[in-house]
Design a protein around this ligand. Structure first.
Ligand code: TIU
Length: 220
């Protein structure tokens, strides 16, 4: 059954059986002190604020039978999938692979690399480990979605202008119809979040649509 919600730049119509929720990188490494986000010099408290909204969106998607995907930005323990150009970037206090209070920074399987407890993946949900900012780069995500005949993607997660926007642009180029939930995404830089939302929906939805979480809950 197709439903239509109020969105920008116009109504967004989707069918639950062909829709996936893509929750980007809601990991302790970005949201809690002592992880990758803080190592880059960021105030991580800005990101924790969206956990309740993402939890509500997840609950709604589970109830309505959408496909659910969680991503984690992560690297192999030997860092073979972390190019020096990424590891050596900037002036972080700790680099990817260094030991931190939540284990090695941004390394697969470490405590800090896990998705926060409140948003833990449920059995049967897809979890994608990605070494890049975009969720499609050297991952099986496109194959997983096409196998399920998914055509529409609803995005949430962090950070808006980095991994969320990269993933949404990759998805748009692959032919998916995409929407970003405005209050279920956050940035360390509020102005960057706002600019990203405007960029995405500009020019008639050049990358996709945006809508508040309430647009989904009002529809029910
Ligand atoms: N630094 C920053 O804003 N983000 C990232 O490095 N990764 C994600 O956005 N997940």
């Amino acid at each position: 059954m197709t439903v239509e919600i109020a969105a920008q730049p116009g109504p967004f119509a989707f069918d639950a059986s062909h829709t996936a929720l893509i929750v980007i990188d809601m990991q302790r490494d970005f949201i809690e002190p002592g992880g990758f986000g803080e190592s880059l010099g960021n105030d991580v408290s800005l990101l924790a604020a969206i956990v309740p909204a993402v939890a509500e969106l997840l609950a709604l998607a589970r109830t309505d039978g959408w496909t659910i995907v969680h991503t984690r930005e992560s690297h192999a323990p030997d860092l073979s999938d972390c190019p020096p150009a990424k590891r050596l970037r900037g002036t972080p206090r700790m680099r990817i692979g260094d030991p931190g209070p939540m284990g090695r920074i941004l390394v697969r399987g470490e405590p800090g690399n896990a998705i926060v407890d409140a948003l833990a993946p449920a059995a049967g949900e897809i979890v994608i480990d990605k070494p890049g900012k975009g969720a499609f780069y050297v991952t099986t995500l496109d194959d997983e979605l096409r196998a399920r005949e998914i055509t529409h993607l609803v995005f949430a997660g962090v950070t808006t202008e980095v991994c969320v926007q990269s993933s949404m642009r990759e998805a748009n180029d692959r032919g998916y119809t995409c929407l970003l939930v405005e209050d279920a995404t956050a940035s360390y830089f509020p102005a960057f979040k706002q600019a990203s939302l405007e960029m995405i929906r500009s020019q008639g939805g050049i990358v996709g649509w945006t809508a508040p979480l309430a647009a989904f809950t009002m529809e029910r």
